[in-house]
Design a protein. Structure first.
Length: 133
C-alpha cells in the first residue's frame, strides 16, 4: 500500500471515530459535517430512521434526548478505496442506558458505508446499519 493508501485508511478510521463521538455527545453539528448533502442514512435495522442528513439530525436529536449514556466503539474497519470513493464495513458496539430500563444495554453490529473524498476530507454518502444483537 502506498502512502496515500495508508493516509486514506487512517482518515477513514478517524471519520468513523468522530461519527461515534458526535452521536454519543449529541453534537449534531459535528454529525452533520461528517455527511454529504445528499447522504442516505438507513437505521431501519434498529427500527429507527431512514432518510437524508437534515432529517436524520432532527430525528436523532429527539431520539437521543432521553438517552443518558451512549458509548459507541468502532472496530475492524475494512476499507476499499478507489480514487475519491470508498466502501467501508466496520463493526460497532454500543453500551447505552435506555429510558425506562435499569443498567446498561448492549448492542452490536456492522456499518456498511459508502464514502466520498471532499475538499474537507472523507464524508459519508450512504450509511446502512446492521444490528447483530
Amino acid at each position: 500500500m502506498n502512502v496515500q493508501g495508508v493516509a486514506d485508511q487512517i482518515d477513514i478510521g478517524n471519520l468513523l471515530t468522530r461519527y461515534c463521538r458526535a452521536v454519543d455527545s449529541k453534537d449534531w453539528t459535528l454529525y452533520r459535517s461528517l455527511l454529504t448533502d445528499d447522504a442516505h442514512l438507513d437505521y431501519s435495522a434498529a427500527n429507527l430512521f431512514v432518510g437524508g442528513p437534515d432529517d436524520a439530525v432532527e430525528y436523532l436529536t429527539r431520539h437521543q434526548e432521553s438517552i443518558s449514556v451512549g458509548m459507541h466503539y468502532v472496530t475492524n474497519v475494512e476499507s476499499r478505496v478507489g480514487g475519491d470513493a470508498a466502501s467501508v464495513v466496520a463493526m460497532w458496539f454500543n453500551a447505552v442506558a435506555l429510558p425506562r430500563t435499569e443498567g446498561i444495554t448492549f448492542f452490536h453490529g456492522r456499518w456498511r458505508d459508502e464514502l466520498v473524498r471532499s475538499e474537507s476530507g472523507w464524508r459519508i454518502r450512504k450509511l446502512r446499519l446492521e444490528v447483530a444483537g
